[in-house]
Design a protein around this ligand. Structure first.
Ligand code: PMP
Ligand code: GLU
Length: 392
């Protein structure tokens, strides 16, 4: 059957982050205590008000198809939320999707013809390359460096653009580096967007997870004139621990939202109905501040533990819930040529699940999610250090 599959689908890899956590889950079911630095998923519970709203929606018989773009009350609530964030988007420029992932795919599908390029900075979230390909386009990588805090550089962006570039995709706070784009970075990028008439997708899923005083800022905050060509994508997976509920949303130009909704009406029908009713409760109850404080304590702990390992460097992540240490000084030795081999050995020999940087366009790194207990963070980093010293 394999040879009968389309070229398009044959080119798509499955989600490495989900795969790593599935393997860790299987090992746990076999009785091993696996330390989970794998998939990015808050370990904090879904707020009670959200759970209660879902139960009530089930009891009220709300498990039916909804309009393809989402129930009107939720689109209104999302419009109000965008407005509060500084983006004046009426409800007909907002849609609900089954997770931010679906919104991203629908956007690529709506914007890219074959051969059209979508540019995004590396290190990037591993799903971007695959989703752009699935949507019919070609992913193009804009390199950044740890020395520059992984900020995308406008001149380098200019050099990366071709006459096939249609879309620029930005993600700040960033998965996997935890960097947060500065106003200066965004202002310079906005200039390039104007010069080259690009469409922008801004993936704001980690909006509520910034550990410093810097306010959340995306391209539209510094360049509101770009609203006619910018799609904002967000969701409740991270802010309200609703990963499996599949609740994402998008806001942007009306024609684009209509195209994405048309496609959604054909492929998914509608976003999950019970989740939409629960989302109304989530939006009425912004994330409690202790969620951020709890993740921040673990971020600091992880950074402190990593600093104890000689030869491993890791710029301080200021947002999201990942650290992205560079372990390249230890690679190429003792049969461990790269980070992929390292993470395999780490899981098999030390029972620690992490994701190799190769999946994020950054070989020589590993990504560690710190949504786990303080005890596991200490023990997990100790085991990483142990394996590294065995290699050295
Ligand atoms: N964007 C980024 C950068 C992510 O890390 C994730 C992972 N959850 C998503 C989008 C998608 O989130 P979801 O589909 O759960 O809303
Ligand atoms: N976004 C999370 C991660 O990067 C969840 C997994 C996924 O959706 O692929 O780990």
């Amino acid at each position: 059957m394999k040879e009968r599959l389309s070229r398009k689908v044959s080119a798509i890899e499955s989600s490495i982050t989900l795969e790593v956590s599935a393997i860790a889950g299987r090992m746990r079911a076999e009785g091993h205590h696996v330390i989970a630095f794998g998939a990015g998923e808050p370990d904090l519970p879904t707020p009670d008000v959200v759970q209660d709203a879902a139960v009530q929606a089930i009891r009220e018989g709300r498990g039916r198809y909804t309009p393809a773009a989402g129930i009107p009350a939720l689109r209104e609530a999302l419009s109000a939320r965008f407005q509060a964030d500084g983006f004046p988007l009426p409800a007909d420029q907002v849609m609900v999707t089954a997770g931010a992932k679906s919104a991203l795919f629908l956007a690529f599908y709506a914007l890219l013809n074959e051969g059209d390029e979508c540019v995004f900075p590396a290190p990037y979230w591993s799903s971007y390359t695959e989703m752009v390909k699935a949507g019919g386009g070609t992913p193009v990588i804009l390199a950044t460096s740890a020395g520059d805090d992984f900020q995308p550089d406008a001149d380098r962006l200019r050099e990366t653009l071709t006459d096939r570039t249609r879309v620029l995709l930005l993600n700040s706070p960033n998965n996997p580096t935890g960097t947060v784009y500065s106003r200066e970075t965004l202002l310079a990028i906005a200039e390039v967007v104007r010069e080259r008439d690009l469409v922008v997708i801004t993936d704001d899923i980690y909006e509520h997870l910034i550990y410093t005083d810097e306010p959340f800022t995306n391209l539209l905050h510094v360049a509101p004139d770009l609203a006619d060509r910018t799609l904002v994508i967000n969701g409740l997976s991270k802010s309200h621990s609703m990963t499996g509920w599949r609740m994402g949303f998008a806001g942007g130009p009306k024609a684009l939202i209509q195209a994405m909704s048309r496609t959604q009406s054909q492929i998914a029908g509608s976003p999950p109905s019970i989740t939409q009713h629960a989302a109304l409760a989530a939006l009425a109850n912004p994330p409690a501040p202790d969620r951020l404080a709890s993740l921040d304590a673990r971020r600091r702990l992880l950074m402190g533990e990593l600093a104890k390992i000689d030869g491993v460097t890791c710029p301080e992540p200021r947002g999201a819930f990942y650290a992205f240490p560079d372990i390249s000084a230890y690679l190429g030795k003792s049969g461990v040529p790269d980070a992929i081999a390292f993470t395999k050995a780490l899981l098999e020999a030390k029972l620690v699940a992490a994701v190799a940087g190769d999946a994020f366009g950054a070989p020589g790194h590993i990504r560690l999610t710190y949504c786990t207990s303080e005890e596991d963070i200490r023990e997990g980093v100790r085991r990483i250090g142990e394996l590294l010293s065995e290699l050295a």
